[in-house]
Design a protein around this ligand. Structure first.
Ligand code: NAD
Ligand code: IPM
Ligand code: MN
Length: 348
């Protein structure tokens, strides 16, 4: 297989700490030079020093020069409006048209779930979050800003094409992975225009997949069901903001943000992989960050690029570690970010 070129953005806070462990594990699993990594400096520090969040032409360069992008996290208390995060992360999602935000929710060990009497086979599904539309497009504005008569708007966008492709991707994923059920979670009762479109598109597309058991829940009820009975989900498809919220909630049912991977994907094009968590300023620089989310994200990226066997080995090594209780403090252990990464390498 040809060598895979990965652009790496460590980013801010715990981002660089967990990314270093993920690269170490991926290199160990694939035997050294199957993946080559190019560090990219984009993040808070670069922005504060140069005023540039991400240079002109950078996303086009990624398409030419990389097979995938691996990102740690962005977010810095010195940049309260998250300008750089929007330019870099939301910029990549929009400009590279990474319309699938795929967030697997898989319980690796019974000890990790706060849900009563749940075992690994009970919580194993994937969230397909729409990633280029909804409330994230940045359309809107302010009238009379800074006054008590201020008006602010943020438009929610749903297009037929954008909705159809994420719904179809969810069904295709179910077919390809022998998963029986696809569930839609939206709020067309409260948001008749944009989510009404989602509802109609879902009804249309589902007829093309007669072997898949399709259902729908209002997103508020879906949040409840993720806690009450996670066994009922295989693939959950939802809009951008709802997917953001539901995926953090779902992550906590399997151990929290320290073990939640994700991929921002456009099939066949350069895609971006990142843990679900943010830069965690509260624990940055203390060696406390759990690197497993980033390590599982590296496995996801490896699988996406054709290294499925190595990905499986990484996932099994992570699972062993959790079962042995060799974990960072968020999971009740006493490992550091680096020692947890080393432990994964040894299990490999
Ligand atoms: P966060 O995900 O950074 O942290 C939430 C909580 O989870 C914190 O208590 C943190 O310590 C804990 N946590 C997160 N990752 C962890 C890990 N790997 N190991 C152990 N504990 C972990 O969310 P936040 O605090 O709301 O946001 C901090 C910054 O990150 C903000 O600027 C936010 O905008 C940004 N953010 C970025 C991304 C991203 O880059 N993809 C995602 C979410 C938030
Ligand atoms: C995520 C994050 C981002 C989002 C933020 C940092 C803009 O929370 O990737 O889940 O809301 O999508
Ligand atoms: Mn989020």
């Amino acid at each position: 297989m040809s060598q895979k070129r990965i652009g790496v953005i460590g980013g801010d806070g715990i981002g660089p700490e967990v990314v270093a462990q993920a690269i170490k594990v991926l290199s160990a699993a694939t035997g050294g030079d199957a993946f080559v990594f190019t560090q990219l400096p984009w993040g808070a520090e670069h922005y504060l020093q140069t005023g540039v969040t991400v240079p002109e032409g950078e996303f086009e360069r990624w398409r030419r020069e990389f097979d995938a992008i691996f990102l740690g996290a962005l977010g810095d208390p010195r940049i309260p409006d998250m300008r750089h995060g929007r330019d870099i992360l939301l910029g990549a999602r929009m400009r590279l048209d990474l319309f699938i935000n795929m967030r697997p929710i898989k319980l690796l060990d019974t000890s990790l779930t706060p849900l009563r009497d749940r075992a690994p086979e009970d919580i194993d599904y994937v969230i397909f979050r729409e990633n280029t539309e909804g409330l994230y497009v940045g359309m809107g504005g302010q009238l009379r800003p800074g006054t008590r008569h201020e008006v602010a708007t943020s438009a929610m966008i749903a297009t037929y094409r954008g909705t159809e492709r994420i719904v179809r991707a969810a069904f295709d994923h179910a077919v390809e992975h022998d998963l029986g059920r696809v569930c839609l979670a939206i709020k067309h009762n409260a948001i008749p225009h944009a989510h009404g479109l989602w509802n109609r598109v879902f009804q249309e597309v589902r007829t093309e997949y007669p072997t898949i058991d399709s259902s729908q829940l209002y997103a508020d009820v879906a949040a409840m069901e993720l806690v009450r009975d996670p066994t009922r989900f295989d693939v959950l498809v939802t809009s951008n903001l709802l997917g953001d919220i539901l995926s953090d909630l779902a992550a906590q049912t399997v151990g929290g943000l320290g073990v939640a991977p994700s991929g921002n994907i456009h099939p066949g094009q350069v895609s971006l992989f990142e843990p679900v968590h943010g830069s965690a300023p509260d624990i940055a620089g203390q060696g406390k960050a759990n690197p497993l989310a980033a390590i599982l994200t590296a496995a996801m990226m490896a699988r996406h690029l054709g290294y499925g066997e190595d990905a499986g080995r990484i996932e099994r090594a992570v699972q062993m570690l959790i079962r042995e209780g060799v974990t960072t403090p968020d999971l009740g252990g006493s490992e550091t970010t680096v020692s947890a990464g080393d432990a994964v390498c040894r299990r490999l």
